[in-house]
Design a protein around this ligand. Structure first.
Ligand code: ZN
Length: 217
């Protein structure tokens, strides 16, 4: 075995191990088709979010209440695509969240590869948790990834109301926790009380209780 082949095998083993202890969405949800940090053969750098394989046109949901801070074609320079769709993206700023370690981080989420936006959705709009913000598209279904999927990303900062230059984080660190120490991916349930602020009370400094799965389950 060459050194290079050995390195590839070792890398593959690391990725597999890292993937096994991650929380999984309920079986009723569209599944995660590529996880955070994944280095499948076609990727040149670790995956910056999670991909959720879902049918074309499937509703994409806001993972928590917040304000729309980006809606449009994907920022130039993020990804070269030979897409059939334009790369429609939404980003939402949610305010503060306490990590299990007790740090407060200010969290934004992004939703890429959409085929369209929810009707009337505009920059600056308040969105509720679970609100439809767009529909799954095919702009990520290029090359070896031959199916439509949502790319869901989480970015954080230590300062409120900052929407750019944020650092990427693993979405698995931010799922809504139903109980102490629980580490699971929760589907959005309209009957569940998440302790979310209402639209009228929501402010950029508000603290939210975690993220729910951004696809319909
Ligand atoms: Zn992705």
């Amino acid at each position: 075995m060459t050194v290079a082949a050995g390195a590839v095998l070792l890398l593959a083993a690391c990725v597999t191990t890292a993937g096994t202890d991650r929380p999984r969405p309920p079986t009723s949800c569209p599944r995660i088709t590529s996880d955070y940090g994944a280095l499948e053969g076609y990727r040149v750098s670790p995956h910056t979010g999670i991909d959720i394989g879902a049918r074309y046109g499937a509703p994409v949901l806001a993972a928590a209440p917040g304000v729309v801070v980006f809606i449009g074609d994907r920022r130039p320079g993020n990804l070269v695509s030979e897409a059939t769709d334009r790369q429609k993206s939404v980003a939402i700023y949610h305010g503060g969240m306490l990590t299990p370690a007790g740090d407060e981080l200010f969290v934004s989420t992004s939703y890429d590869h959409l085929s369209r936006f929810a009707e009337g959705l505009r920059d600056g709009d308040f969105v509720r948790r679970g609100q439809h913000i767009g529909a799954n598209g095919a702009s990520g279904a290029t090359g070896p990834v031959g199916f439509p999927h949502i790319h869901f990303g989480v970015r954080v900062t230590g300062t409120p109301k900052v929407y750019t230059g944020l650092s990427r984080r693993n979405p698995h660190d931010f799922w809504w926790q139903a109980g102490p120490g629980e580490r699971a991916i929760h589907a959005f349930d309209p009957d569940q009380d998440y302790g979310d602020p209402t639209a009228i009370e929501w402010m950029p400094e508000t603290r939210i209780s975690g993220l729910t799965y951004p696809a319909e389950c």
